[in-house]
Design a protein around this ligand. Structure first.
Ligand SMILES: C[S@@+](CC[C@H](N)C(=O)[O-])C[C@H]1O[C@@H](n2cnc3c(N)ncnc32)[C@H](O)[C@@H]1O
Length: 192
């Protein structure tokens, strides 16, 4: 997807940790020359303080809007004020109900070609253990539909990253000429 040249693009991350991904996204925004803000929310106040320090050090503080608190409370407050979300990375509390609740809170504001990213998607739960992100993706697909690509060999333990998008690749009209690489749609397979 592309950042829209005609508006302020909103990017949301839940689970800032020390800001590594937020810094990478913010630097990409700066490099793109497009107008965007990166909201990122962290529950732990010491980790939050360290992330804020790193945003300053990395020179991306003007683009990042760090928030301290629980991600669902943050999303309940901020999402109604946002017209459209371009990218969301749900990477805070990875328990099933929390991930599904975060998704519920953002899904109606996602751009049709916007993407929701998930980390740690592999099934690690045994027996009655919480099915975590893997189970949340099953719930999300059954309740909300859309398109999901799971990349099982990406990321550190727990492995797996996934990308959700409402709009199918074949239905997309590039908002900006040349902003998409041509090619066939990726096949969408069930999570194993
Ligand atoms: C896997 S780390 C995030 C890594 C980060 N997204 C990155 O890619 O650099 C998860 C973080 O989420 C935070 N967290 C856990 N539950 C949360 C909640 N309910 N709201 C906000 N942050 C939460 C944890 O304190 C931890 O720092």
């Amino acid at each position: 997807m592309a950042l829209d040249p005609d508006r302020t693009n909103v990017i949301i991350e839940t689970g800032t940790n020390v800001g590594t991904t937020a810094i990478i996204i913010a630097q990409a925004v700066i490099d793109s020359g497009r107008d965007a803000v990166v909201y990122t929310v962290e529950l732990d106040d010491e980790i939050y303080a360290e992330a804020c320090r790193r945003f300053e050090l990395a020179g991306v503080a003007a683009v990042v809007r760090p928030q301290l608190g629980d991600s669902t409370e943050f999303l309940e407050r901020i999402v109604p004020q946002i017209e459209e979300i371009a990218i969301a990375f749900l990477d805070g509390n990875h328990l099933h109900d929390h991930v599904v609740r975060e998704f519920e809170l953002i899904v109606d504001r996602m751009r049709p070609d916007g993407v929701v990213l998930f980390d740690n998607t592999a099934l690690i739960a045994e027996g009655d253990e919480d099915p975590r992100v893997h189970g949340a993706l099953r719930t999300i697909m059954s309740r909300f539909g859309g398109n999901l690509i799971n990349l099982p060999f990406c990321s550190w333990y727990t492995p797996g990253m996934a990308v959700w998008q409402r709009q199918a690749f074949d239905d997309m009209t590039p908002p900006v000429p040349g902003s998409f690489v041509s090619g066939s749609s990726a096949s969408v397979r069930p999570l194993s």
